[in-house]
Write a protein that binds this ligand. Structure first.
Ligand SMILES: C[S@@+](CC[C@H](N)C(=O)[O-])C[C@H]1O[C@@H](n2cnc3c(N)ncnc32)[C@H](O)[C@@H]1O
Length: 205
């Protein structure tokens, strides 16, 4: 598909909920390989709210010149500010791609249906294209069970959720209805039954 995705031969990616960076490094190598003909300058930023994980990601970073990590809550205003500045430095207004691997459930459980909508709106505002790997409903149940078994109560918002049973369907609906993004493809389930939703911004006519 032809897109004006990397003017000035710069390609920028964001990895939301990057954990200790292991997947971020792999994504960087994947992008480099996938765009080896074009050879754009690839820059990736990973954000996670856990300072220990970010410290680890920074320590082991094999490409500190083009991959950076920031400890931020993606839903915070601070995060928006840091990402705006990051894009400005690259002379860009949006990321070419935003990755959200295995994070939607945590946003949903901790911030409810409204939080999930806000999260996806924010991701889409920042992106030309998004890759989302939603956790299925059984993972929500397992997460809740683990918390209860550890005598830590339950996720207070779990009972109030309306987007239940099939999170992927609800996420696709939010992406189309609220974010005005369109489906590129949905991959077949991997060995854990997870699928990747790949969506993109509609081209302005
Ligand atoms: C299950 S891990 C996924 C890690 C990695 N993306 C992967 O797929 O291997 C989810 C990560 O999201 C992070 N996270 C959860 N809520 C977040 C938020 N509001 N802002 C930034 N990171 C968040 C957690 O700290 C955790 O490291």
């Amino acid at each position: 598909r032809q897109r004006v995705a990397h003017p000035a031969r710069k390609y920028a990616g964001l990895d939301v909920g990057c954990n200790a960076g292991d997947l971020t490094y792999i994504l960087r190598d994947f992008l480099k390989e996938a765009m080896s003909q074009d050879q754009p300058e690839i820059s990736l930023i990973g954000v996670d709210l856990d300072p220990i994980l970010i410290e680890k990601a920074r320590e082991r970073n094999p490409s500190p010149d083009c991959v950076t990590f920031e400890c931020l809550d993606f839903l915070s205003e601070d995060c928006s500010e840091v990402l705006r500045r990051y894009l400005t430095q690259l002379n860009k207004t949006r990321f070419d791609v935003v990755f959200c691997f295995s994070i939607t459930m945590w946003i949903h459980l901790n911030h409810g249906d409204d939080g999930l909508e806000e999260f996806l709106r924010k991701v889409c505002e920042l992106a030309e294209m998004i890759v989302v790997e939603p956790q299925p409903w059984r993972c929500y149940k397992n997460a809740s069970r683990r918390l209860r078994r550890a005598k830590l109560g339950d996720f207070p918002l779990l009972k109030e959720l309306k987007y239940t049973r099939n999170p992927m369907k609800h996420i696709e609906d939010i992406l189309r209805r609220l974010c005005d993004f369109q489906r590129v493809t949905v991959t077949a389930g991997n060995e854990w039954g997870r699928m990747l939703l790949i969506y993109e911004r509609k081209q302005e006519s």
